[in-house]
Design a protein around this ligand. Structure first.
Ligand code: GLC
Length: 561
């Protein structure tokens, strides 16, 4: 049993503290113009749904103009809006409506690479002395005419493409249509200062930074060593990328300097920097999150753990120890299977996903749901041959399409997502009972239970504040933490052995259970498998008697001594 101090340091906007996040995959959220593609008016129309659900921060996947080779993660203009999604005015409407509902909005910023159709890259290709040549990473061929080193792309194939007209290779850690920006070039830094400032001045509340660990490369461009055994969970595609130790192309010294500069811009606008830092090592991740660097980074190991108590405990604990409350906890994402899918699929998977979310809600930092998590959705079953995701196309694997299928709203055509033909099928496993409307009408539905959970979390200062965290059960199938002396959150990671029993103080009161079969009588808690509970250990922690915290005033940055 060890106690972890929480929130001992840290400057951040008040509105970020204790928040719950929600990722909107804009392309698949809600379509209003019948083209089968989600859009910004669709997002705006559903913001009150998100406010009612009880989330505080909405992260929008990229809405900037893009040829959509990687569905927006190939940006052709950092300051515009993709016409398929709407206009700048539509985005402003989203921001204004969100703010009116007390929600904050994070945009997705993609600083590692642009589209090959970005004007900078078009110019860079026009000649070796082009004005923007150095905005990208160019190298001469190796002596045999091949690529300059052995680096490979996340999406398969070499990380280098030869540009015959100028006789050099350019680097791309993703698609050839996603050339990497050169962060050794000071004008790239200046360009992004302007981009961030513009977005923040438009009222955007922060950015989720795409592949934030990836911007800087080894100045000598040394080969990456081949691994004897690819690590578990290193990226998930099983591709050639996983066969290398990425010691020269990822997580390089110097990358955090970029965020130090951005932090000053963000703080001046009460905005938040949230990194997609795909570094599965808490002590390495720690370097990215600091008072003068990122406010928060996703702990992606939370999305990698299997349904195993020991693994959950030993994986999550070190992240809290290293990064305190500067973490965001993804339940799922557009890059990973839904939690319900990962934990077994169907009813069992959904039950476990809700129980796991309950645990994430007890950890310091910001839990993030991905659209559909609140409905307990697992991934869509798509017809053979559907392959929109470049990973599916290039590597011939399942890819990320199943978790990106349209959001099921009601029992209308395409389950209420569009009256046109959806860009991805809704999935043959989706039924009318999966939809938002059906679940809104069903007491005890996954949506109902998620809404109650988020509402309770908001009313429990022990979970959203500085109360120290203690991992109170060290062995067996129950993962349990306390926050201060006030609240206990316990999760029974089913092992086939039936109910678990925990002895608690006699005055303990059950505040929330993911399944009504859990009960607490005279200090003895009975916890069925795959169920989580929130318990007030001290009557003072009972929100029945505690008032709901006031929303933080605008522009208030909190400094915790
Ligand atoms: C991030 C995004 C992913 C995208 C990749 C390249 O990992 O989340 O969807 O394909 O970056 O931009």
């Amino acid at each position: 049993m060890h106690t972890q101090q929480v929130g001992q340091h840290g400057r951040r906007p008040r509105w970020w503290r204790g928040a719950v996040g929600y990722e909107v995959y804009v392309r698949s959220f809600a379509d209003t113009d019948d083209d089968g593609i989600g859009d910004l008016p669709g997002v705006r129309g559903r913001l009150s749904y998100l406010a009612d659900l009880g989330v505080d921060v909405v992260w929008l996947t990229p809405v900037t103009p893009s040829p959509q080779r990687d569905h927006g993660y190939d940006v052709a203009d950092y300051l515009g809006v993709e016409p398929a999604y709407g206009t700048l005015d539509d985005l402003q409407d989203v921001l204004d409506t969100a703010h009116g509902l007390g929600l904050r909005v994070l945009m997705d910023l993609v600083p590692n690479h642009t589209s090959d159709l970005h004007p900078w890259f078009l110019d860079a290709c026009s000649g070796r002395d082009a004005d923007h040549r150095d905005f990208y990473v160019w190298r001469d061929p190796a002596p045999d005419g091949g690529p300059p080193n052995n680096w490979v792309s996340h999406f398969g194939g070499p990380a280098w493409t030869f540009h015959a007209p100028t006789g050099q290779y350019y680097m791309h850690l993703f698609l050839p249509e996603q050339p990497d920006l050169n962060w050794a070039e000071p004008r790239v830094w200046d360009a992004f200062d302007d981009i961030l400032t513009t977005w923040f001045e438009r009222g955007v509340d922060g950015v989720r930074i795409d592949v934030a660990h990836s911007l800087v490369e080894d100045p000598q461009f040394r080969d990456n060593p081949l691994l004897d055994t690819p690590p578990q969970g290193s990226g998930g595609t099983g591709s050639v990328f996983d066969r290398f130790a990425h010691i020269h192309d990822l997580d390089q010294p110097g990358v955090v300097d970029i965020y130090r500069r951005w932090r000053r811009i963000a703080d001046a606008h009460d905005a938040v920097l949230l990194g997609e830092v795909y570094v599965l090592d808490p002590t390495k991740l720690q370097r990215y999150v600091a008072d003068d660097a990122l406010h928060s980074a996703f702990a992606f190991d939370a999305i990698k753990v299997s349904w195993d108590a020991w693994e959950i405990r030993t994986t999550l604990g070190p992240y809290v120890a290293a990064c305190d409350d500067r973490l965001s906890w993804p339940l799922s994402s557009h890059d990973d299977p839904h939690a319900a899918q990962r934990f077994g699929g169907g009813e069992v998977g959904a039950r476990r996903a809700l129980a796991y979310l309950t645990l994430l809600c007890a950890l310091p930092g910001v839990p993030f749901l991905y659209q559909g998590d609140e409905l307990g959705l697992d991934d869509a079953v798509l017809p053979d041959g559907v392959a929109e995701d470049p990973i599916a196309v290039r590597l011939g694997v399942r890819g990320r399409d199943p978790q990106r299928s349209p959001m099921p709203w009601d029992d209308g055509p395409a389950l209420g997502f569009t009256t046109g033909t959806p860009w991805l099928p809704v999935g043959s496993n989706r039924t009318a009972t999966d939809t938002v409307v059906a679940q809104q009408q069903t007491p005890g539905s996954h949506l109902d239970a998620t809404t109650s959970l988020l509402s309770l979390r908001r009313r429990l200062p022990a979970l959203t504040g500085d109360a120290p965290l203690e991992w109170v059960v060290e062995e067996g199938p129950v993962v349990a933490v306390t926050r201060g002396d006030e609240v206990l959150v316990a999760l029974h990671v089913g092992d086939g052995e039936g109910d678990a029993r925990l002895v608690l103080p006699e005055e303990a009161r059950l505040l929330y259970a993911t399944d009504p079969a859990a009960f607490l009588v005279e200090g003895e808690l009975t916890l069925p498998e795959d169920v989580a509970v929130i318990v007030a250990l001290d009557p003072v922690a009972d929100p029945e008697t505690a008032p709901e915290a006031d929303p933080a005033p605008d522009g208030d940055i909190e400094e915790v001594p």
